[in-house]
Design a protein around this ligand. Structure first.
Ligand code: FRU
Length: 513
């Protein structure tokens, strides 16, 4: 780092001040409130559930405890948006009942009314979730998780639980949860991808009510540092070929500690998932992207959303009114990196709805021995893009007036990206929080292509067109108003673009009443 001495110059200063002069200041209790990532107005949230696009609306449901800011009896909270950024919180969709708490799951449009649960010729939306039965758990039984369904006749507004629940009983596996539905067209059947302790079990059904087991996957493959949770099975097209990805969240056992999401690439033949190799891959190397799954019904696009936290400290983070945010919605695709296929994530194109005017920094304007660059913005929410020579080191320093800083960088020698949040702000709530996180560079291109999205209390790094991704949350008491880039050589960094990002979540529903 001491070699790094060139800095991007102060021309950021003037323009960025203007760009941010309109930003709504949130009250002090809203200190760490993201500006455009989804957060519930109040109380506890974890996994995204039942993600679906229908009739022009994106619906997110989520693990929600309306009685406090720590995990408790699980409900499905609900929010809707037409653009994935402006979210409106809706009434709670599913409440616990005598069968149990409502754990994670998914939702589909039952277009052909295979369930027979449609009404007046209109197909139903069907949600599937895990019931977690506390009485059985307390009685030390091993069958306390099983699957139930609910359906909606009003486009997802309200939900009716199916009277024949549960639709899939537990065969005696303590962790038996998080069903993700997909329609397997060649076999004309529904597939349920279920996390079953240390592996994935696939089930099939003609009607979402009667299920039979197809196969198991993963007992001896991938990372096993913790329990397997929240899977997703996704088809992709790559150069005219079909490739399947299987996402599996694990907790703990992530590459930088705690919760994380691994994935496998391979083939799904309607019964078995056949992996192409035995490699362990991670969709995101940061510590704060967990339990992420895709939206149903988005055509050729695969849109992914994760929970931007980690079970290692999720219940201790220093927000008062609410706990947790979702990640940026991301577009998933198969890309080639270093001769291997990877599942890449990039921010969805809808992000344009929150973008202010991009400032292009001319390549040569900063190659002078100028004082440290100061990007002065008041909200701490912006996007930075640039290209860099992969043979040189660079570091982006975001700092605030409390001398707190987060470092996002690349080390050419080890071919590693990193985010160092050791001195990023409030870190004392959990001993493992204030650490430096590493991620391998998978691409072997000579030029790095980098996008960084900062939203007050989070940093999302998309390197090499999303082949390496890192998501980390941070808690600076004052926004990161200063931005500086340092490199080992003045020619390393090019095409720097700075884009202010506008708040989309500071809506009437979020301002304390
Ligand atoms: C993942 C998870 C799921 C479970 C839910 C409970 O974060 O543990 O496996 O369904 O959270 O809230």
């Amino acid at each position: 780092m001491d070699k790094i001495k060139y800095t991007i110059a102060g021309c950021f200063l003037l323009l960025s001040l203007t760009a941010f002069s309109q930003t709504t200041e949130l009250p002090p209790t809203e200190l760490y409130r993201p500006q455009f990532h989804f957060t519930p107005r109040e109380h506890w949230m974890n996994d995204p559930n039942g993600l679906i696009f229908y009739k022009g609306q994106y619906h997110i449901f989520y693990q929600y405890y309306p009685g406090g800011t720590v995990w408790g009896p699980m409900h499905w909270g609900h929010a809707t948006s037409t653009d994935l950024f402006h979210w409106k919180e809706q009434p709670i969709a599913l409440y616990p009942d005598s069968l149990g708490y409502i754990f994670s799951g998914s939702a589909v449009l039952d277009a052909a009314n295979s369930t027979g649960l449609g009404k007046d010729g209109k197909p139903p939306l069907v949600a599937i979730f895990t019931y977690h039965n506390m009485d059985r758990e307390k009685a030390k039984r091993n069958d306390f998780q099983y699957q139930g369904i609910a359906f909606s006749h009003d486009d997802g507004k309200t939900w009716i639980k199916y009277s024949g629940n549960p639709v899939l009983n537990n065969p005696g596996i303590t962790d038996f949860r998080d069903p993700k539905l997909s329609w397997y067209a060649p076999g004309k059947k529904w597939i349920m991808t279920l996390a079953t302790k240390d592996r994935i079990t696939f089930y099939a059904s003609p009607d979402l009510k009667n299920w039979h087991k197809l196969s198991e996957f993963g007992k001896v493959l991938g990372a096993h540092g913790g329990v397997w949770e929240c899977p997703d099975l996704l088809p992709f097209e790559y150069k005219g070929k079909k490739i399947w990805a299987l996402l599996v969240s694990i907790n703990p056992g992530g590459p930088n500690g705690g919760s994380a999401t691994q994935y496998f690439l391979g083939d799904f033949d309607g019964t078995n998932f056949i992996p192409t190799d035995t490699a362990t891959r991670w969709i995101d190397y940061g510590t704060d992207n967990y339990a992420g799954v895709s939206f149903f019904n988005t055509g050729k696009r695969t849109i992914f959303l994760g929970w931007m936290s980690n079970w290692q400290y999720a219940q201790q983070v220093p927000t008062e009114k609410w706990r947790s945010a979702m990640t940026l919605p991301r577009n998933l695709s198969i890309q080639s990196a270093g001769g291997k296929l990877v599942l890449a994530s990039t921010p969805v194109e809808e992000m344009k709805v929150i973008k202010g005017t991009t400032l292009n920094i001319p390549d040569n304007s900063w190659k002078k021995d100028l004082p440290a660059t100061h990007l002065k913005n008041t909200s701490g929410s912006f996007q930075l893009d640039f290209t860099a020579n992969a043979a040189e080191d660079f570091v982006i320093l975001l700092s605030n007036d409390d001398a707190r800083e987060v470092l996002i960088g690349y080390r050419a020698k080890t071919r590693e990206y990193y985010i160092d949040r050791s001195n990023s702000g409030e870190t004392s709530f959990e001993k493992g929080f204030g650490k430096k996180h590493l991620a391998p560079r998978l691409s072997t291109e000579k030029t790095i292509d980098l996008t960084l999205v900062v939203d007050k209390a989070s940093v999302e790094l998309f390197a090499d067109k999303g082949c390496t991704v890192m998501t980390d949350i941070v808690f600076p008491k004052k926004p990161y108003t200063n931005l500086r880039i340092e490199t080992t050589s003045p020619a390393t960094i090019r095409q720097v673009k700075y884009t202010p990002l506008k708040p989309s979540m500071v809506s009437a529903s979020l301002i304390p009443q």
